[in-house]
Design a protein around this ligand. Structure first.
Ligand code: ADP
Ligand code: MG
Length: 359
């Protein structure tokens, strides 16, 4: 059944949005701490709660009033931007008591266009536009496709969440986060995250039962926090468990600083017999991987072939063209000193040229 887009619907949307923002404010502020000034959640919470008592006679008038209140109370760049979204939607919806699905699509599209104009921002800039634009596009496409409003809003909410998630690898080109340049990559944009929550609230407003359940408070995941740069790891693949283990011990012992990079042996078969095991190599690569890449040093024959076959599935892993013991020691020393993947590989391969007799 299609929910009527009447005053009750938009009231439910604003109540739901306010509830979700209040619950997720610490999370949104944490996101802003990583690439901004740690106020996004607090800003939105202040704005939405201060607008929660507003009333009006039509959906358009209600959105316009709340939008004006957000502009005045949110503070921060997001205040006027979210204020514009709601005011523009309110204006386009006009005085209709019940909004047609296609009219809501026009209002969303106009609102996103206003944000883009005001913020001079486009998709890919790592802002709220990266969530709002796909949401508006998905809603319009679904309605044109003949879907009912609940399904179209569901599609919009999914597109907004996907769009927000897709800001993680982007470099910010607008707002405070852009001051960080390259360092803004690897983090979710707070305004895109809150926009996805607001579009999701619009979908949830179609069903009072969805609005009755509070969301779990989110926490910033560990991988979203700045990572300590790891060192290049080393994996030693020999036909013999004893040779791999002893060479790893030797390589670590010869690291002058006493603080060796990870060195993981992968010797023999799982039952200890002579041979090469892809499973043991995979396990060793996982153990040695700190995110900076892994160099594999192997002895001969099937060890080389097994590793070469595994390389495509082991992203960031390289095989060193070097003798086993000498290469392992050289690679361990360079990796422990903090050398990057290319440096560790070069050090290992240099070991091939060590002469044991001069002349
Ligand atoms: P401030 O950055 O002033 O502290 P907030 O922390 O409340 O404001 O909001 C930050 C969010 O605002 C960003 O994550 C981004 O999504 C959005 N934003 C900032 N500048 C722009 C812009 N020029 N265009 C679109 N969105 C922007
Ligand atoms: Mg901020």
């Amino acid at each position: 059944m299609t929910a009527p887009l009447d005053l009750d619907f938009f009231r439910r949307f604003l109540d739901r949005a306010t509830r979700v923002i209040v619950i997720q404010a610490p999370y949104l502020t944490d996101l802003d701490a990583a690439i901004g000034d740690a106020d996004h959640g607090a800003n939105l919470k202040r704005g939405f709660t201060s607008a929660s008592g507003l009333t009006a006679d039509t959906p358009g008038a209600l959105l316009t009033a709340v939008g004006a209140q957000l502009t005045n109370t949110v503070g921060g760049a997001s205040g006027p931007l979210f204020g514009t979204v709601l005011r523009r939607m309110g204006k386009v919806l006009g005085e209709e008591p019940v909004v047609e699905p296609a009219a809501l699509g026009k209002a969303l599209a106009a609102a996103v266009a206003s944000v883009r104009r005001l913020g001079d921002s486009a998709p890919g800039d790592k802002t709220m536009v990266d969530a709002l634009q796909p949401a508006s596009d998905a809603y319009t496409a679904a309605v044109q496709d003949g879907q009912e409003v609940t399904a179209a809003l569901d599609a919009a909410a999914r597109a907004a969440r996907d769009g927000a998630q897709a800001t993680v690898p982007l470099r910010a080109r607008r707002g405070r986060a852009s001051y960080l340049g390259e360092r803004s990559t690897g983090h979710l944009d707070p305004g895109a995250a809150s926009s996805a929550m607001l579009v999701t609230a619009l979908y949830e407003a179609t069903d009072p039962e969805l609005c009755a359940v509070d969301p779990e408070p989110l926490a910033v995941a560990k991988e979203e926090r700045p990572q300590e740069p790891g060192r290049v790891g080393l994996v030693l693949v020999s036909h013999s468990r004893e040779v791999a283990t002893a060479t790893a011990a030797l390589a670590k012992a010869l690291v002058g600083t006493g603080d060796p990079a990870p060195v993981a042996p992968a010797g023999g078969l799982p039952d200890g017999k002579i041979g090469t095991s892809a499973e043991l190599v995979r396990k060793a690569v996982r153990a040695a991987d700190q995110g900076a890449g892994v160099v594999v040093v192997c002895d001969m024959g099937s060890a080389v072939l097994t590793v070469r076959e595994l390389l495509p599935e082991l992203g960031g892993t390289r095989i060193a063209d070097t003798p086993f013991v000498e290469g392992a020691v050289a690679a361990a020393v360079t990796a422990s000193a903090g050398g990057d993947l290319a440096a560790v590989l070069a050090a290992a391969e240099d070991a091939r040229t060590y002469r044991k007799l001069s002349g």
